[in-house]
Design a protein around this ligand. Structure first.
Ligand code: BGC
Ligand code: BGC
Length: 783
């Protein structure tokens, strides 16, 4: 809709300015993006974010730095009107009187405006009050002969910019309306600081000036001294456990990871080695902290993402991200390969538990909150780590039967497969979380092993470079996945050229780091990879290192040791467990269970086994290098579900099945990771079904607590359970399960995935034309 401004000539525009804009359901924003020299910036990404910081509408600036964004509202952004305050509605033209008074009633400013029929809002009151000293003022309005309405506001010269000041209901010509601008504009461009401002409520022509990136000059000076070998080293990530520390430094590796193995112990020495090289570029040490710093013995193990998806709680996710960052920081890591933003569309996929759920909103909102937690506030947070949104793109959208695997024993199902879907589905389902993560400032992205319509993501220039780096103005770097480059077609040299030219900036080379270096060096010499591409990759890597503060200090944080597995972190993880539980069924209100007066058996394979409740990517005590797939066993510092029950209701809890009033069967999946988790069937283990059937036949009340990374097909076992609770993979704080089941806290979790009635229904997702699941997406009982 058109902007309309009323500047009554009788009073003179210079005296004050009160702008009125029509309450509109459509918004158009035009503007120009300029750099600090006031030159236009082309290809800047301009995004409109909703109130939850989720990108809704976007545009790129043209060669003159101009952009136009038009969108209908309100859809979480734009201009929303609702019956309330701060605006008014006229069915015929009228006269608006506005006065600003001091608290003692003295009139300091007065305005009379002729206003047309329609919905109106008052804004720009700061300009209206211009000239008044900063302070508290009373704004009064009336339309025509109506009564004055008053609102006490903070106004004046230095009072900031009240975007919209509520001035109260104006009863003149019908209902008053509040018409508030909702959301933010975000401007991004590599090499500049991101700019965020409140969405203007009308189509003002904006002039947006973005400032030079804080570190770009320093990056220039580091790059000016770098040789080709230095640069290619930066683009290489090695596996620390197969290289000597001195080889890591002398090969000038940009990064090391520990993969599924134990965390690196010699960080200090390693960083010290980098400081003895000519360029002194610190390296990034990356860890798969996919549910807390779970590979560190004694670390707090969070529920896997699927459980966090059930919480729907972005504030919780942010705090969990902060705590994980503190543990990683204390554990000498700089970089978490998390969060996984997969939108898992078929739970036969072995990585379903790494996904927040089957709809993009979950990964977008929860993933972004977690990223902000991990990365902290780049200026004032000492413990921040670099986050990594993965696996770009559509890892959770592959088509059944296209899976690839290196293991002959595993079935060819979904993992690392091909997403045979339309571009529209790719955009709407899988891209959204990445837009949100880029908007949240994520430092790195990991490419997916999978393909999009036959093209491997590691070779997908249109998605890696054109979409991500150009359209979305992502200014961090893209890391390849573990040995993924060598899954591309051709010789190793062709594979490297394809991946780097497509937009991979750093290659994860656990086995062939030195070969990668020599290969890329040859390609740079022959022009197979242009120098400009290498420079762009290195600039991105250095930018992330500067932002992470590594150039200021890569010293160790021994003083932070107490963060690892701290009481406070465990308490928050326990809260996350409580909020992640989804009560699927509760016949005859068997839940919550009484703490006293009844005997409760807590039995089943998963009742007293922290390793099983943590699942994959967890360090299980006493075992070497099992952190990748996880295992049954003891997790240092963890509380099993049984121990949790005992801590709350010790006298009532037993472990023999017979003789109890209630039998709680805790059962589910054995741990797995990635392809080993691809399963054609998802049955409830027979032993659990038998326990339930026996208890039911004995006239006992039955509760099934499922420990699984995804919905299982319950079949007839469901009928033998009076109550069913999906506890997902809750991690180290098993007591959170007892908190809910014993009634201390009411359940709030909602299904992040549709729960199928049979395996034949898969894949099944909310929105399907045929949809008759056992429990729908979003289901979750409470009391
Ligand atoms: C996984 C990634 C992980 C990487 C490093 C790969 O197999 O796909 O998610 O970050 O290994 O351990
Ligand atoms: C590593 C994991 C990696 C996997 C991929 C394992 O040995 O520890 O990090 O994701 O291999 O094949």
């Amino acid at each position: 809709m058109r902007v309309r401004r009323f500047l009554p000539s009788s009073l003179g525009a210079g005296l004050f300015l009160l702008s009125l804009a029509p309450a509109s359901r459509a918004t158009t924003i035009r503007g120009t993006v300029l750099d600090s020299r006031q030159s236009p910036v082309a290809n800047a990404a301009v995004w409109v974010m909703d109130t939850a910081a989720w990108p809704r509408h976007r545009a790129l600036t043209d060669a003159e730095g101009k952009f136009t964004l038009s969108f209908p509202g309100p859809d979480g952004v734009g201009v929303r009107s609702r019956p309330a305050v701060s605006g008014f509605q006229l069915d015929k033209p009228g006269i608006l009187f506005v006065e600003v008074k001091a608290l003692d009633g003295r009139v300091c400013k007065r305005e009379t405006l002729a206003v047309g029929a329609g919905n109106w809002r008052l804004d720009n009151l700061r300009a209206f009050a211009n000239g008044l000293p900063k302070g508290t003022w009373v704004v009064e309005c009336r339309v025509g002969a109506s009564k004055w309405t008053r609102k006490v506001v903070s106004l004046g010269k230095d009072a900031g910019h009240p975007k919209l000041v509520a001035i109260g209901r104006i009863p003149a010509a019908g209902r008053a309306t509040e018409i508030a601008p909702i959301g933010q504009i975000l401007v991004r461009k590599a090499g500049f600081e991101a700019l965020s401002l409140a969405l203007p409520s009308s189509d003002t022509a904006l002039s947006l000036t973005i400032s030079d990136g804080r570190f770009e000059k320093r990056i220039d000076s580091v790059m000016a001294t770098m040789t080709l070998a230095d640069k290619i080293g930066q683009m290489t990530q090695g596996l620390y456990s197969i290289r000597s520390l001195s080889a890591i430094a002398s090969n000038r590796l940009g990064s090391v990871l520990s993969g599924g193995g134990d965390p690196l112990a010699d960080y200090n020495i390693l960083q010290a080695q980098t400081q003895s090289t000519a360029r002194k570029i610190p390296l990034l040490y990356g860890v798969d902290a996919v549910h807390g710093h779970a590979k560190r013995e004694g670390g707090t193990v969070l529920p896997h993402n699927i459980g966090l998806g059930a919480t729907r709680d972005t504030a919780l996710l942010r705090r969990l991200g902060e705590n994980t960052a503190k543990e990683l920081w204390a554990g000498n890591a700089d970089w978490a390969f998390a969060p996984c933003l997969a939108v898992a569309r078929d739970e036969r996929w072995g990585r379903t538990y790494e996904s927040f759920g089957e709809v993009p909103e979950l990964a977008a909102r929860l993933g972004s909150a977690y990223i902000k937690g991990l990365q902290g506030d780049a200026v004032s947070t000492p413990w921040r780590v670099v986050a990594c949104a993965k696996h770009y793109l559509a890892d959770g959208g592959t088509t059944y039967g296209t899976g690839t695997t290196s293991s002959a024993a595993a079935q060819k199902i979904l993992n690392e497969g091909d997403a045979r879907i339309s571009q529209a589905e790719l955009d709407s389902l899988h891209m959204t979380p990445y837009l949100a993560s880029v908007a949240a400032g994520v430092g790195t992205l990991m490419a997916s092993y999978s393909s999009f319509n036959g093209v491997k993501m590691h070779a997908h220039k249109a998605l890696l470079t054109d979409s991500l780096k150009t359209d979305f103005a992502f200014d961090g770097f893209v890391v390849s996945d573990w040995l993924a480059v060598e899954q591309l077609k051709g010789t190793f040299s062709e594979q490297v050229a394809t991946a780097i030219n497509a937009g991979i900036d750093m290659s994860m080379e656990p086995k062939r780091d030195t070969l990668f270096i020599s290969t890329l060096t040859a390609l740079a010499g022959s022009g197979g990879v242009p120098q400009s591409r290498i420079d762009d990759a290195v600039r991105r890597i250095l930018r992330v290192k500067f932002r992470q503060g590594l150039f200021e200090s890569s010293e160790r944080r021994t003083a932070w040791d107490t963060e690892i597995g701290s009481v406070e972190h465990r308490a928050l993880a326990r809260e996350a467990v409580r909020k992640s539980l989804v009560v699927l069924k509760n016949d005859n209100t068997v839940l919550p269970l009484p703490k006293t007066g009844k005997t409760i058996s807590v039995v089943g394979t998963h009742a007293d086994n922290a390793g099983l409740q943590c699942g994959g990517w967890t360090k299980v005590g006493g075992m070497d290098n099992v952190a990748w797939n996880g295992a049954a066993g003891v997790v240092q510092g963890a509380t099993s579900i049984l121990a949790g029950f005992k801590s709350l209701a010790g006298a009532s809890i037993q472990t023999a099945t017979t003789g109890a009033d209630v039998v709680v069967v805790v059962a589910g999946e054995q741990p797995y990771a990635e392809t080993s988790g691809d399963k054609a069937d998802l049955p409830l283990p027979a032993q659990a079904a038998t326990l339930l059937a026996t208890a039911k036949a004995a006239g006992q009340k039955t509760v099934l607590v499922l420990i699984s990374g995804r919905p299982l097909v319950l079949a007839e076992a469901a009928a033998n359970a009076d109550a069913i609770v999906a506890a997902w993979l809750p991690g180290s704080e098993g007591a959170g399960v007892a908190d809910v089941l014993l009634g201390d806290v009411a359940p709030v979790g909602k299904l992040p995935m549709t729960w199928p009635a049979s395996i034949a229904q898969l894949p099944i997702n909310i929105g399907d034309a045929v949809y008759a699941p056992l429990y729908p997406y979003g289901h979750g009982l409470t009391w």
